[in-house]
Design a protein. Structure first.
Length: 274
């Protein structure tokens, strides 16, 4: 069985790598951390121009209509560059949820705007430091009004909309919330990862729309997270490969006792173990 990417997917990967290298590579992540900003606006705008925000969105909604493997290719290169953009929250989580569970009316309203960048999404699940479960959710829905507090919501400063996990009358539901609507407030939270920003989102009788079936939200959430886990793994592969490449490059450039340190067997073993 051939588990390698196709020629077209490899071409996409090569173009993505060239793009991130041209746009500064790891320097973008350093800038975000040094300047204490949430993301790189310029880089995100160029990602939108390339159409990558619509990579999984069907062509009927102005997207590229590509598959998950193409998204994996982009994810790997994002990880390699540590790109400080809201791609994972808006594309892996928000867009995939809209594609799979939203009504036709919501799809027509939201998906084309995700392609153009007019809409940026995020995913709001956690409420405290404990693992998220059906039992410990307190965010609730009464009719279309949603109340509660979510923490560690990624990119909520840039996001226009959020998918919110909440308790409804029939069980757990996925709810679409406009973050610019009445009753919604966001505040920055401290975190260890300075290349990403996370926020507390408070909902006070905010208007929301049901995604999928009432009571089926937990299973839907698990499905979306399982898909996203694969994409985050590809980001980690990209970051790990970049670390190895940088270590190898240093080993070829650094000299000790008149030789490249990469020529010493002990260094070769360390690189092989990586």
């Amino acid at each position: 069985m051939n588990l390698d990417f196709s020629d077209d997917q490899k071409f996409l990967q090569d173009e993505a790598r060239k793009f991130f290298d041209k746009e500064g590579g790891l320097a973008n992540a350093r800038k975000v951390m040094d300047e204490s900003i949430s993301h790189d606006d310029s880089l995100w705008a160029k990602i939108v121009e390339l159409g990558w925000t619509g990579i999984r969105i069907p062509e009927e909604y102005d997207g590229l209509g590509l598959g998950h493997l193409e998204l994996c290719v982009i994810a790997e290169e994002i990880g390699r560059a540590l790109a400080p953009i809201p791609f994972s929250s808006s594309v892996y989580l928000f867009t995939e949820t809209i594609i799979k569970y939203a009504s036709d009316e919501i799809k027509k309203e939201i998906l084309p705007k995700l392609v153009t960048g007019e809409v940026v999404g995020t995913y709001a699940v956690a409420e405290d430091m404990a693992a998220v479960s059906e039992a410990n959710l307190s965010c609730s829905v009464d009719g279309d009004a949603i109340n509660g507090t979510k923490i560690a919501v990624p990119d909520a400063d840039l996001a226009t909309h959020a998918i919110v996990l909440a308790k409804g009358s029939s069980g757990i539901e996925l709810r679409l919330v406009d973050l610019n609507s009445e009753g919604v407030s966001t505040s920055l939270q401290k975190n260890l990862d300075k290349s990403r920003s996370f926020y507390k989102v408070e909902l006070n009788n905010s208007k929301s729309s049901l995604l999928g079936e009432s009571g089926a939200g937990w299973d839907s959430h698990v499905h979306i997270m399982d898909q996203a886990a694969v994409l985050f793994a590809f980001e980690q592969v990209g970051g790990s490969q970049q670390a190895l490449d940088m270590a190898k490059q240093y080993a070829m450039e650094r000299y000790a006792f008149g030789r490249q340190i990469g020529s010493y067997q002990a260094i070769k073993h360390k690189l092989a173990d990586m």
